[in-house]
Design a protein around this ligand. Structure first.
Ligand code: HEC
Length: 175
């Protein structure tokens, strides 16, 4: 009897994956914005682009490894094709996009499988982002556009407005 009861009580231990994911993505956002701001201050927007190209994916991977998770930035309109959505992620992205509240808030989503728990956290467009993701020639300067065209010939990540859903952080925890 006692052993059975003990067995059950062990199973009730729950991990708050969503809050863990929020802490990890907050750290990633703070770090990415800091690196971006420094790169822009040092060489201007157009020089920050090659910097992002070399560092963004590697930095995101590393930060995930440090926390024992698989951390990615994914989007329906990728600049870097390796950040494109898989078929399953496409459905999740559409669902999150559709559930935007009147206050402009997008929900998070958690998917559980036998072997992992993945938390999806929305990434929104803020003021800093427009100079590289906004309207060409209006928000994005000609000299920046030239660099984007050279570094990312198939770039889809332009034309965004403030508050748009730019992408998702995907935080995958092994179970
Ligand atoms: C200096 C220009 C610049 C600014 C400013 C900028 N980005 Fe980007 N962004 C890039 C580049 C370049 C990439 C592609 C990086 C790569 O090759 O991995 C990128 C990629 C991304 C991605 C990954 C998906 C994709 O399209 O490949 C997200 C998400 C993203 N940016 C969000 C933002 C947000 C949110 C902001 C504002 C806080 C922002 N960016 C500001 C240049 C910029």
């Amino acid at each position: 009897m006692g052993a059975i009861f003990f067995g059950f009580s062990c199973q009730t231990k729950t991990i708050d994956y969503e809050n863990l994911a929020i802490a990890i993505t907050d750290e990633a956002k703070t770090n990415l914005v800091q690196k971006l701001t420094t790169a822009i201050a040092e060489g201007g927007t157009k020089q920050a682009i090659p910097f992002c190209k070399i560092n963004a994916v590697g930095f995101t991977n590393q930060l995930g490894k440090k926390h024992g998770v698989e951390l990615r930035r994914i989007t329906n309109k990728p600049r870097n094709p390796s950040n494109a959505l898989s078929k399953e992620e496409k459905d999740i992205f559409l669902e999150i996009e559709k559930l935007k509240t009147t206050a402009g808030v997008f929900p998070k989503k958690t998917i559980t499988s036998d072997t992992s728990v993945t938390v999806y956290i929305p990434v929104l467009v803020g003021g800093l982002c427009l100079q590289c993701h906004g309207e060409p020639n209006l928000d994005i300067k000609k000299e920046t556009l030239d660099v984007l065209e050279k570094e990312y010939p198939g770039d889809l990540a332009k034309g965004y407005r403030l508050g748009d859903l730019r992408g998702l952080f995907s935080v995958k925890f092994p179970k």
